[in-house]
Design a binder for this molecule. Structure first.
Ligand code: CP
Length: 327
């Protein structure tokens, strides 16, 4: 028997809410503390072991997830769908929400959510407006999982990012984490920064002036007493970073496209640049990338972004099982 995965143990847990998220929404990383994070990570490891041994189980058989995506997505949508299917459940995929649902006829988010809850047991929502997932959570009587609300939060991404750091580097403490790129509009860096404040880390924010981390997040970092430095130059962080978290400049959040053109190629991670980085460090990216990491970097063992993608499925399996009372 695989020592990491015990089918009987997983079955025994089906009747017990060991994580404490049954019936709850996942809207913001603010709802997670280190104890809860640790339980979710344990569960994600069990999911990984299960997938690696038997591929799938019937933990969520008969359960239905409505996947409602008002913005494009590859990873978040497909990993939620894969997560549900590997746990024996099924999905209502409205992954081109605005175009092909009654949203295109003017139906409100509130009515869409109140409709989907008639068919589904949980809703995963991506929406361009900050606060949309909270609004959906106010109307729904089933768990709502925030898959990204505009430039607001992306809590499940932050959990998978944190899980990746933990699994790759073996710890979440004593690390220098450098975030690079569009820190203003990047919801993944907003959520990940808040999660990292639970640990003993140093933060380095690297961005053009107009894409600096929002004051609201900066104030949280300062209030937490975390060691923080901002810079415009990646050369200032490359030698000491344990984690280089690279982000795309988010064209879709710019009102003025001329401004986007000015900053879009500000940072490019190349093989030459990472020659100066530590031997034991990781390069992460929530993806998609549009040129900010050269393809040649993909061959470097420190490039963790596709392993990060895979971790997304395990974390989302853990979360779905938890909110549906099977964790
Ligand atoms: N990381 C992420 O949210 O990717 P998608 O936009 O493809 O879902």
């Amino acid at each position: 028997m695989n020592p990491l995965f015990n089918l009987e143990e997983l079955d025994r847990k089906t009747a017990v809410d060991t994580i404490g998220l049954t019936g709850k929404n996942i809207l913001s990383v603010d709802q997670f503390d280190t104890e809860l994070i640790s339980k979710i990570f344990d569960r994600a490891r069990e999911m990984r072991a299960m997938v690696n041994t038997v591929g799938g189980v019937d933990l969520l058989k008969g359960r239905v997830l409505a996947a409602l995506f008002y913005e494009p997505s590859t990873r978040t949508s497909s990993s939620f769908i894969a997560a549900m299917e590997r746990l024996g459940g099924s999905v209502i995929p409205i992954t081109q929400g605005v175009k092909f649902s009654s949203v295109s006829k003017g139906e409100t988010l509130a009515d869409t959510v109140r409709t989907l809850e008639q068919y589904a047991d949980a809703i995963v929502l991506r929406h361009p407006q900050v606060g949309a997932a909270n609004l959906a959570g106010d109307y729904a009587h089933i768990p709502v999982l925030n898959a990204g609300d505009g430039a607001g939060e992306h809590p499940t991404q932050a959990l998978l990012d944190l899980f990746t750091i933990r699994e790759e580097l073996g710890t979440l403490n004593g690390l220098k984490v450098a975030m690079i790129g569009d820190l203003k509009n990047g919801r993944t860096v907003h959520s990940l920064t808040k999660l990292l404040l639970h640990y003993n880390v140093s933060l380095r924010f690297v961005s053009p002036e107009i894409l600096r981390m929002p004051l609201k997040i900066m104030n949280k970092v300062i209030d937490a007493g975390v060691n923080i430095r901002e810079t415009h130059d990646v050369a200032d962080v490359i030698e000491n970073a344990d984690v280089l978290y690279v982000t795309r400049v988010q064209k879709e959040r710019f009102g003025d496209l001329a401004q986007y053109e000015e900053v879009k190629d500000h940072y490019v991670i190349t093989s030459e640049l990472i020659e100066r980085a530590k031997e034991k460090m990781i390069i992460m990216h929530p993806l998609p990338r549009v040129g900010e990491i050269h393809y040649a970097v993909d061959n470097d063992p420190r490039a963790a972004y596709f392993r990060q993608v895979k971790n997304g499925m395990y974390i989302r399996m853990a979360l779905l099982a938890a909110v549906l009372g099977e964790a």
